[in-house]
Structures are given as structure tokens and as C-alpha cells.
Design a protein around this ligand. Structure first.
Ligand code: HOZ
Length: 433
């Protein structure tokens, strides 16, 4: 842990300065560049449990968790041991393996909507593929997505997108042909009337509705009571598919994801993050009659050299085994509630307007007293205050997502002491804002 006076990031700065000559913005993914919070990003050296160490030797309590996968804590010894054994057998087969069957079976047993699954390499790939499947199955082209929801960086989804697009305040990306996005219709999150209007205006043209059932890419936003139920009814009424993008929420807010937690079963689901246990994995799955469209069972083509990679499957299997242990989600819920209750109270005590909350090990806080139901509400957050808060916490050894428009994540490795230390740091920072 560091005190603000001893906080030095000389090596990080040197490495990141060089990185900027080598890679656009010095990063492999935009939000990491700290553009919206100012200052240079810290450069990691290693991670373990709830902690990160940077190249200057500073230690941080981590609430990013490699953007969600590290739910058991970073570099869990059982995951590492399983990977060591798998490594001895080779790094990639490009052919069927038993590990794929095991992880597929675990996913099918856990996630209510999934009767069959296809493994890919990222959440982006999962969403891109599921969109093709939605269109192939229904014979319709248009889809509805929600403002501020992020489904990866495939062309058709870069419309009013969240995550890095929201963080950097970018307009819809150049390079995306208009023809690719004319079929992407958008509505405000939590607005059933807007969705209904789109169905009425586009009769028999909408293949389906895709959403983050709990939003993590516009900050943390929960569905209003009745919203998910309403989408389930509307999609059935208009002959369209309902798709939950559970790349963030899958195995995170409940073992069976948001669909288990809220009791709403979509037709298709995308997964990523946790199911890869820290290695690159995505997946899409759903009703067997729809999945039968996927090649080579059916005509909808999708493929991948590293898909079903044995190392990624192994890390995923071990991670899900750890999550199956009694009380894991209660533990995540308890520790995260302690964190968000403490942060919100500390902010209010210091006179700041905040709103926020958590579900299991996923959380968020906005600098606005206005309840946040959608992306427009999220944008009311005081972003300058957020940046100063982020910096203050970083200097006190707390690593938060460097964007107001990203959710936070805890893990089974976070302790009450970690959380209390985080709240103490926050009290100092709130007092200084
Ligand atoms: N956009 C992802 C999180 N919502 C990943 C960000 C990153 O890895 O930099």
C-alpha cells in the first residue's frame, strides 16, 4: 500500500511513453489509456488475489479484476495449477478436445437459456456471431440495441455504444459503413414504450433485441422492475428473439447470470470474461433449434482457429468449479455491499451527490443524486469530480476503472479489511474534492 507522498510512478511513465510510440495511444484497448481521468496509466508488473503491483513496486487493491474475469481473485493457485498441467499437453489443438465438452456441459447446466453452446475467443466475437445467428434464424435484418450498451466493437454494434466509445465521448466510429448500421435501431435502456414503438414502426423486420440485462458499459445500471419481463413479452408478441449479452453478468451476478437472478429466460445468450478464467474466451448459446443453424450443423457460418483452446477451457472449468462452492455468491454480495454502502455513505457525509449500488460482485457509483436508469442519466454524472476521485484513490493504492462508464468488480479474494481500507481512502479523497 502507498501513501500519497510516496506515490511514484517513474517507471510506469517511462514505459508508457515508449508504448505510445509503438501502439495507438500506447494501449491494446482504449479505456486503459486513462484518457478520461487524466494522468498516465500505471503499468502492471504482476497480480495476485485482490491486488496489483505496478512496475514501480506500488501495490493496489484492485476493483477492475481484468474487467471482470478475476472473480476468484487474480492468479488463483488452483487455476494456475490446472493451467500448468494443461500446458504440458500443448497450447492449441485446432481440433476437438474433452475440455470443450466439460466446459460446455457446465455452461449448459448453469445458464437457463443455453441448450447448446459455441465457444469463440472474445465477447466481441460472441456478440458479432449471435447477431448473424439472430438474422439467419428469423430471416430479418433489423435489431434493437440500447443506448450506452456495449456489445463489442463489431460494426453493427457501434451505434450509441458504451464502454470506450462512451468514455472517450466518441461519435459513432468512422470506418463503419452506413449500410452496416442502418439495421441497428436504438432505444433508451429501461424504456419499454420506445421498444414497442420500434416494433410497431418496423413490422416483421426486427430479428431481435439484444441488451446487457444489467448494464456495465455505461457505468452500473440495473433494469427497472418489469423491464426484462416486458422485453420478453414484446419479443414473443412480435416474433423476434431476445438476446442477453451476459459477457459481464454471466457467472458474475449469479452462477446462472442475470437470467437466473431475474428469472427471465432469453432465446440466446453471449458470454465471455468469467468463463475464460482470465484467458481469452467468448461463447454464444441458446435454444437448440436456433443453435442448429450454426455450421456445420446448419448453414450459418462462423469459425475460429483458437476457438475452444485447451488452456482457455481449462481456466474456465477450474474457475466455474471454484464458483460452485457453497456460499461464493453470498460472499461476493456481502463484501460488495459493504463496499458500496461505505462509499456512498462516505460521499454523502462529505456533501457529495452520489447514486449507485451493486448486485453480487458488480457495482458502480455516479456523481449525481439523480437515480440512473439509462445512459442519458449516467451522463449527468460530474465527470470532473469522478476524475479527481479516481486519481485520489489511485494515489492511495486503490485501482478503480479509469472511466465513469465502466462497472467495478470485486472478487472472492477481497477481504473486509481491503474494503474498509478502500472506504478510509475514499473518505480522504471525498474530503479533498
Ligand atoms: N471494454 C471492455 C470493458 N468494458 C474492456 C476494456 C479493456 O480491456 O481495456
Amino acid at each position: 500500500m502507498v501513501s500519497t507522498s510516496s506515490f511514484k510512478t517513474t517507471k510506469s511513465e517511462e514505459i508508457f511513453t515508449n508504448a505510445q510510440k509503438l501502439m495507438p495511444g500506447g494501449v491494446s484497448s482504449p479505456v486503459r489509456a486513462f484518457k478520461s481521468v487524466g494522468g498516465q496509466p500505471i503499468v502492471f508488473d504482476h497480480v495476485k488475489g485482490a491486488y496489483i503491483w505496478d512496475v514501480d513496486g506500488n501495490q493496489y487493491i484492485d476493483y477492475v479484476g481484468t474487467w471482470g474475469p478475476a472473480i476468484c481473485g487474480h492468479a488463483h493457485h488452483e487455476v494456475i495449477a490446472a493451467l500448468h498441467s494443461a500446458l504440458e499437453k500443448g497450447t492449441s489443438f485446432g481440433a476437438p478436445s474433452l475440455q470443450e465438452n466439460i466446459l460446455a456441459q457446465m455452461v449448459i447446466e448453469a445458464v437457463p437459456s443455453i441448450e447448446m453452446v459455441r465457444f469463440v475467443n472474445s465477447g466481441t466475437e460472441a456478440c458479432m456471431s449471435v447477431l448473424r445467428l439472430m438474422r439467419a434464424f428469423t430471416g430479418r435484418e433489423k435489431i434493437i440495441k440500447f443506448e450506452g450498451c456495449y456489445h463489442g466493437h463489431a460494426d453493427m454494434f457501434l451505434v450509441k455504444a458504451g464502454s470506450g466509445v462512451a468514455t472517450l465521448g466518441l461519435p459513432d466510429s468512422p470506418g463503419v459503413p452506413k449500410s452496416t448500421t442502418t439495421s441497428t435501431l436504438t432505444a433508451p435502456y429501461n424504456d419499454l414504450e420506445a421498444v414497442k414503438a420500434l416494433f410497431v414502426q418496423n413490422p416483421d423486420e426486427i430479428a431481435g433485441v439484444i441488451l446487457e440485462p444489467v448494464v456495465g458499459n455505461a457505468g452500473f445500471i440495473v433494469p427497472d422492475a418489469g423491464f426484462l419481463e416486458g422485453l420478453r413479452e414484446l419479443t414473443k408478441e412480435y416474433g423476434a428473439l431476445l438476446v442477453f449479452d451476459e459477457v459481464m453478468t454471466g457467472f458474475r451476478i449469479a452462477y446462472g447470470g442475470a437470467q437466473e437472478r431475474f428469472g427471465i429466460t432469453p432465446d440466446l445468450t453471449t458470454l465471455g470474461k468469467v468463463i475464460g478464467g482470465g484467458l481469452p474466451v467468448g461463447a454464444y448459446g441458446g435454444r437448440a433449434d436456433i443453435m442448429a443453424m450454426v455450421a456445420p450443423s446448419g448453414p450459418m457460418y462462423q469459425a475460429g482457429t483458437l476457438s475452444g483452446n485447451p488452456l482457455a477451457m481449462t481456466a474456465g472449468i477450474k474457475t466455474l468449479e471454484l464458483l460452485q462452492k457453497h456460499g461464493t455468491y453470498e460472499q461476493l454480495d456481502k463484501i460488495t455491499k459493504r463496499l458500496t454502502d461505505g462509499l456512498l455513505q462516505a460521499a454523502k457525509d462529505a456533501g457529495h451527490s452520489v447514486s449507485g449500488g451493486q448486485i453480487s460482485g458488480m457495482f458502480g457509483m455516479f456523481f449525481t443524486s439523480h437515480p440512473v436508469h439509462n445512459y442519458e442519466d449516467a451522463k449527468l454524472s460530474d465527470l470532473t469530480k469522478f476524475s479527481r476521485f479516481h486519481r485520489g484513490m489511485l494515489e492511495r493504492g486503490i485501482y478503480l476503472a479509469p472511466s465513469q462508464f465502466e462497472a467495478g468488480f470485486t472478487s472472492l479474494a477481497h477481504t473486509e479489511e481491503d474494503v474498509d481500507q478502500t472506504i478510509s481512502a475514499a473518505k480522504e479523497v471525498f474530503a479533498s474534492l
